[in-house]
Design a binder for this molecule. Structure first.
Ligand SMILES: [Zn+2]
Length: 120
């Protein structure tokens, strides 16, 4: 179905920088470029977190993770293919290398979109 709302996974937290114009633009473009989903929801699965590495943009309020397991498609490969197209649309829409959209995850079960604003 059409993706028509944004929901936040239980336990996810934010810092004020997550509501800055730059960070808001990350979520806005993810939403506007979102493919159809099984539940109609764009799920934010990570906002703020303690730093896992030097200059972790989640900790700085400049990164979000988004679920891809609710995309349409009966196989993991099909859902990941939808996610790759989604990421490509977001990159094209921003057309600004400071906005980065990637598929992250060590295993297919952990795949998600990581989106960040890196002003470096
Ligand atoms: Zn991330």
């Amino acid at each position: 179905m059409k993706t028509q709302s944004i929901q936040v996974k239980a336990g996810v937290s934010f810092v004020p920088q997550h509501f800055s114009p730059e960070s808001s633009a990350i979520v806005r473009v993810l939403f506007l470029c979102a493919p159809e989903t099984q539940d109609g929801i764009l799920w934010i699965t990570e906002g703020w977190r303690p730093a896992r590495h030097q200059r972790d943009l989640h900790t700085l309020g400049l990164a979000f993770d988004v679920r891809i397991h609710n995309l349409m498609g009966s196989t993991q490969d099909a859902r990941v293919a939808q996610a790759r197209l989604w990421v490509a649309r977001c990159r094209d829409t921003h057309d600004d290398p400071r906005y980065q959209f990637e598929i992250h995850g060590a295993t297919p079960a952990q795949f998600h979109i990581h989106a960040e604003f890196d002003q470096r």
